[in-house]
Write a protein that binds this ligand. Structure first.
Ligand SMILES: [Fe+2]
Ligand SMILES: [Fe+2]
Length: 186
């Protein structure tokens, strides 16, 4: 499986030029940080990335086990926990992206037309992420039995790695686009 980049990475110069200039290092000290939507966005992103990192870590742990250890009772119960974890992660991601697509992006487009090209890229990122999430949704239905097979584990590891990269790239750019707008125009 080849690694995919979100369509917004790297953020094109014409998009970057249109962003509100407020460096990341100044976000948390900004007067409006605690009362704007910026704090919630960063916290949600951190939570989702952490959940994706935990999923990736658990798959890596299973990949590194011997076949015999993988069949041990403790590790078999880990597979069931992993299935629940993945399904919860997918639900949370769909809900986060769905809210952005239906509420956040239209409002930002209306309030800040200069951000239209940037928002378009965010929507393209969501579409690319949706493809991977759909694949993971299908996989999650076969868990935990499927992950007892080493060849499936390798594929799951590549998908988990891809998910982490996509989320990291997308969320980094989304924060650069939205957080300064939230802080300046609370
Ligand atoms: Fe997003
Ligand atoms: Fe987001």
């Amino acid at each position: 499986m080849s690694y995919i980049q979100p369509p917004s990475c790297p953020l094109p110069e014409y998009v970057r030029q249109a962003l509100f200039p407020l460096p990341r290092a100044q976000w948390r000290d900004h007067d409006n940080f605690l009362t704007s939507d910026a704090r919630a966005l960063l916290r949600n992103h951190d939570g989702l990335k952490q959940q994706a990192r935990q999923y990736h870590g658990a798959i890596r742990y299973l990949t590194n086990l011997s076949d015999q250890d993988r069949s041990h009772e403790d590790n078999l119960s880990l597979l069931t926990t992993l299935q629940q974890h993945l399904q919860s992660l997918l639900r949370n991601l769909h809900s986060h992206h769905g809210f952005e697509d239906s509420s956040v992006f239209p409002a930002v487009r209306l309030q800040h037309p200069r951000l239209n090209p940037a928002i378009e890229l965010m929507e393209q990122d969501h579409a690319a992420l949706d493809q991977l999430l759909a694949m993971l949704q299908t996989r999650s239905q076969d868990l935990p039995a499927a992950l007892r097979l080493p060849q499936n584990l390798e594929r799951a590891l590549a998908e988990a790695d891809n998910l982490e990269r996509l989320l990291h790239g997308h969320m980094q750019n989304e924060e650069e686009i939205l957080v300064p707008a939230y802080l300046i125009y609370r």
